[in-house]
Write a protein that binds this ligand. Structure first.
Ligand SMILES: C[S@@+](CC[C@H](N)C(=O)[O-])C[C@H]1O[C@@H](n2cnc3c(N)ncnc32)[C@H](O)[C@@H]1O
Length: 188
């Protein structure tokens, strides 16, 4: 069962476990416009997750974190990176990837990896899609990339000889592409 947060103070004002699956419509109390869902697999650096919380708040994307995390959700560095946006973000924490799959059984899963051959701009995104990102610095491990739940692997173009984007930047590019395709629905 995922632990869901309306993150004013991560780890201190949790909404508590919810009973309904996060697939389909927004979860109970999560009546936001959803552009897509970001999934961070075992993130290590609190500032990146803090930035993603801010991204989730600004765009309406849900943020799903797969444990183990490399930090505590109440960590000051994470709170600083998310600034005062925690209140507006929808964040869920799952004990492992299998638990996340079980909570969102019907969703397509797009794994973001520098090793993919399909561009992230070549997908027509849907609000239920899960956009899966790997940990810093190693990326998604082979067993996750081979998971049968993965619909496809996607890459974000870079100049030759560059290793990768920062995790939070990669998530921002992906979510803004999904939102652009929806004509920035809900935005001012
Ligand atoms: C700091 S990167 C990890 C870098 C790792 N060496 C790799 O090649 O995947 C963290 C995550 O950001 C995402 N990412 C970064 N750059 C990307 C790119 N150009 N295309 C697709 N995903 C990218 C991936 O999900 C990656 O696992």
């Amino acid at each position: 069962m995922p632990r869901r947060y309306r993150c004013r103070e991560p780890g201190t004002r949790r909404a508590g476990p919810q009973s309904r699956s996060a697939s389909g419509a927004a979860a109970p109390g999560w009546d936001h416009h959803r552009v897509a869902r970001i999934v961070f697999f075992e993130p290590r650096i609190p500032q990146n997750t803090g930035s993603a919380i801010r991204l989730a708040a600004v765009t309406g994307a849900e943020l799903h974190l797969i444990e183990p995390l490399g930090f505590d959700l109440s960590e000051p560095k994470l709170r600083r990176a998310g600034l005062d946006y925690h209140d507006l973000a929808h964040v869920a924490v799952h004990a492992n990837l299998a638990a996340a799959w079980a909570a969102m059984p019907a969703a397509r899963v797009f794994a973001f990896t520098t090793r993919a051959t399909r561009r992230f701009t070549d997908v027509a995104y849907r609000p239920d899609d899960l956009l899966l990102f790997g940990p810093e610095p190693t990326g998604l491990p082979p067993e996750v990339l081979a998971d049968p739940r993965i619909t496809d692997q996607l890459f974000i173009p870079m100049l030759a000889g560059r290793r990768s984007l920062n995790l939070a930047n990669a998530a921002a590019l992906a979510i803004y592409e999904a939102w652009r395709q929806a004509d920035f629905a809900g935005a001012r």
